[in-house]
Write a protein of this length. Structure first.
Length: 127
């Protein structure tokens, strides 16, 4: 429909999904297009679908390894066509998830996110 949708990080608990002109996302070098299938969805139906998806992709939930723009693309493609994106597209994130202990702490995948600004609570109070 003449629009490209992407998912990116920001510091707010609002959608990180945005639209740009195809093949021109700021800060990224376009290399090639890959046909992933088609949909019979109308333009307005597709926009509603993307708005629904955007509710699961907040900017402050973006994670280079666990929830990046390629995860968003795969989720959209799977729901629309039943097909995944090619495995090589998100290969670095997948490898990173297997080598988590070797990654810098700032991008490690953890079940609980450590926020250094908060002080620890001990038996004697805040330390």
């Amino acid at each position: 429909y003449g629009v490209e949708y992407a998912f990116g990080a920001h510091d707010y608990p609002t959608s990180g999904v945005f639209e740009v002109e195809p093949k021109s996302c700021p800060g990224f070098l376009f290399r090639r297009s890959i046909s992933l299938g088609t949909t019979d969805m109308s333009s307005s139906g597709f926009r509603q679908f993307i708005e629904h998806m955007a509710g699961s992709y907040y900017g402050d939930s973006y994670h280079l390894i666990a929830k990046n723009c390629n995860h968003f693309t795969n989720d959209v493609c799977t729901r629309l066509t039943g097909r995944c994106i090619p495995g090589w597209v998100n290969r670095l994130a997948r490898i990173g998830s297997f080598c988590n202990c070797l990654l810098p702490e700032s991008i490690q995948v953890t079940a609980v996110r450590h926020i250094p600004e908060y002080q620890e609570l001990s038996d004697q109070g805040i330390s």
